[in-house]
Write a protein that binds this ligand. Structure first.
Ligand SMILES: NC(=O)c1ccc[n+]([C@@H]2O[C@H](COP(=O)([O-])OP(=O)(O)OC[C@H]3O[C@@H](n4cnc5c(N)ncnc54)[C@H](OP(=O)(O)O)[C@@H]3O)[C@@H](O)[C@H]2O)c1
Length: 256
């Protein structure tokens, strides 16, 4: 079957939320999707230039408002969103510290992505490491994980800090009431702001963001890393893998 829709010609490369399936039939409205540059590799379009890349871009720049010389902490830093948020903070001239779940990921953040430091939250005392690495406090905390790391960062925010609530993966599988961050009142003492966002609210600006990010990729300032799992039947395993930290960079499932 080939497309007869004028805006979606046969052979066009498209991206959208199609669910876990090999094929989809749409009249162009029933399933939201858009045509994307067919010269770009799918890995790039789904990764740095895809949803998580856009999340990093708008979360950091619009809510974090980074200034040169500021100290930025990113949790989930070796994942799809965190790795891009940290690199964009470096491009803005910030000092960037990431937290991640293995020594290998921490080395990758520093050696390949140019983070100033990384903390293995599974083996290190995160509070002590933050005290050592952020002596002047944290100006921006880009939160992908919530829980204890959010609380430890809230205790160390600088005056007029911005806490960007992107995600909270440490709480997604919890059942029952989840305790709030104990140190939230530091927002008052530090005249700081904590704000959440949903990337889709910025959809109209994705093309401009993609253009700027393509420039950074072409000049070698923004790196892409993907972890690919093969096979349609691996989809549930891959989803669970996000909670086990199987991925460095963007986790993708390739179905053929
Ligand atoms: N606000 C928005 O519009 C928006 C849009 C997209 C995504 N998000 C959120 O952004 C976050 C990152 O998403 P992503 O797609 O880029 O995923 P990701 O960071 O590529 O993968 C998830 C990572 O989270 C870490 N993790 C898992 N359980 C953890 C825990 N209990 N404590 C600390 N770290 C843990 C793992 O790395 P380690 O090895 O480091 O543990 C894992 O690799 C998610 O919370 C997601 O919901 C928000």
């Amino acid at each position: 079957m080939s497309s007869r829709h004028p805006e979606f010609p046969e052979g066009a490369q498209v991206t959208g939320s199609f669910g876990m399936q090999d094929y989809v039939v749409s009249d162009g409205r029933s399933v939201p999707f858009r045509v994307v540059d067919s010269t770009l590799e799918p890995e790039l379009l789904l990764g740095v230039l895809g949803g998580t890349g856009m999340t990093a871009y708008f979360g950091l720049l619009e809510l974090g408002k980074p200034q040169p010389g500021e100290t930025v902490v990113v949790s989930g830093a070796a994942g799809a969103t965190g790795s891009v948020a940290g690199q964009i903070a470096k491009i803005q001239g910030c000092r960037v510290i990431g937290t991640a779940g293995s020594d290998e990921k921490c080395r990758w953040l520093v050696d390949t992505l140019g983070f100033d430091a990384a903390i293995n939250y599974r083996t290190e005392d995160v509070g002590a490491a933050l005290d050592r690495l952020c002596p002047g406090g944290i100006d921006i905390y880009f939160d992908n994980v919530g829980g204890d790391i959010l609380d430890l960062c809230l205790a160390r925010i600088a005056t007029h800090a911005r806490v960007v609530l992107c995600g909270g993966i440490s709480r997604y599988n919890k059942t029952g009431p989840i305790p709030g961050p104990t140190n939230y009142f530091n927002l008052v003492y530090r005249r700081a702001r904590m704000e959440g966002f949903i990337v889709l609210d910025y959809a109209a600006r994705f093309p401009a963001a993609m253009a700027e990010m393509r420039g950074w990729i072409e000049t070698g300032r923004l790196h892409q890393q993907v972890t690919v799992i093969n096979g349609f039947r691996s989809l549930p395993k891959a989803l669970i893998g996000l909670f086990e930290g199987v991925n460095t960079g963007k986790l993708m499932v390739k179905t053929n």
